[in-house]
Design a protein around this ligand. Sequence first.
Ligand SMILES: Nc1ncnc2c1ncn2[C@@H]1O[C@H](COP(=O)(O)OP(=O)(O)OP(=O)(O)O)[C@@H](O)[C@H]1O
Length: 549
Amino acid sequence: MLLRRLALTSRAVAAEPGRRAKTELLADCLRELGPAEAPSAVALLSGESQRLRTGLGPAALRELPPPAADPVLGVRETERVLEAIAAVHGTGARAERHRLLAGLFERATEVEQSFLRAVLVGDLRQGALDAVVADAVARAAGVAAATVRRALMFRGSARAVAEAALTGGEPALATFRLEVGRPVRPMLAASAPDVGAALEHLPGPAALEWKLDGIRVQVHRDGGDVGVFTRSLDDITARVPEVVEAALALPVRSAVLDGEAIALGPDGRPRPFQETAARTAARRDPERLRAEVPLSPHFFDLLHRDGEDLVDRPGRERWAALAGAVPAGLRVARTETGDREEALAFFRATLARGHEGVLVKDPAAGYRAGRRGAGWIKVKPRHTLDLVVLAAEWGSGRRQGFLSNLHLGARAGGEPGLGPWVMLGKTFKGLTDETLARQTEALLAREVERDAWTVRVRPELVVEIAFDGVQRSPRYPAGLALRFARVVRYRPDKSAAEADTVATVREIAAAEGTAATDGVAATDGTAAAEGLPERTPRRTPDRDIPSDD
Ligand SMILES: Nc1ncnc2c1ncn2[C@@H]1O[C@H](COP(=O)(O)OP(=O)(O)OP(=O)(O)O)[C@@H](O)[C@H]1O
């Protein structure tokens, strides 16, 4: 089947706002492609295109041959060429990669070329694409979406899951199981503006746990073998010997644990996040670094113990199993309550100990990859969003020569009338000199175009932004802008597809609108208690959008 079919579908999916309609369009295309070629299409569309990246920058993409008049490229063939390009290494690799890519582009029509460019820079503008692809695979294969998602949780490769679904249906998908030693996609949390709102989302009493601001660790132990994996499933076993030792000391033969590793001070309060991050990022000298900044693991879930899978068990049972396998000092603090006042007291006590916030969890929910289902809800005292850097302005004065003022975008998430990325504001606040230098380098590597002041970049870098509120602003595409935005940190463990959506920002704005009347935000001490700016104007919109100029 011609690549043209997939490229046109991809374009139609991007233009279609409705999630269900997106899924239909893609499912039709996958059905037509059939079991032999649909897995290649899934690999091209999904995050796996990462694996197919050629390592060639935008300059190389500009120097490619003009489009062919007639479509000749096949889907499988295209995947093979991209795989071959990604596999080229050693001296002369750059030239060889470029030669292969030029050969591919030479044979691609205009619509195919633009699809390929999007695949290569990871910019397939389709919003929540992984979820749409998973649902479309289910539909094309005639299996339940939950079965596909479950298989994806156990096996990162969407291609492998698509192949199994389309050739062997439910029975083939059922063979994807938790395997000790192979990391599973982690369960993630939705967020709520305050504890009361989080409790309302859950059917009955909730469990509240400390939200530790460390690094997510998934620990697999099989006898004397231990593997430690991050949120993005990178293997960091060699960097965290103390986590390995803690796992080996547990009274189990095999286990899969989920938790957070964090550097704590002698008083038990968290040390600055950067210290934990530096530990898990450093490849060298783990023993020396360990002596300087020891990490302690704190587990909050148990997915497997001694041959028994617990993934589908309710949270309460998994927690009981965890308590039976892991000593209290290595577990996160937790309470169960349906009472709002009690929950608030736990939240305040957690913050008083220096932690970031709480996780409000449904004790009846199974462990499910991703954010779907909202069995876990996080509540933090301040607003933060994970946004994508769309462009940056050159700094002035002390920051001359550095890209400083960041243009911040949320995912449109399929909202009609908006592009794929929705700009919400700019900031140069919160950047240390070191971050400034690093971000300049990282942004220039992603340059798409520039004028005298601004460099527009590929939307790939995710940055965590704190802000004081959301204000109405006709100058921004969603009619909303962030107040007093500042950089908390870059999030190299997140991809742009995981950035927050405009819908989340609208929810925050809506919650702020009610904060002054229901009083919850005020008692939590959140900035939201200040209310929307048009009710309590403090600065003009112009001055709220800081610029280095
Ligand atoms: N008790 C806990 N239960 C679950 N996750 C926890 C807990 N304590 C800390 N965490 C961390 O909080 C995260 C939950 O929030 P989420 O799933 O949204 O991930 P995130 O986007 O990395 O969150 P954030 O940026 O707010 O830390 C987990 O990924 C984990 O790293």
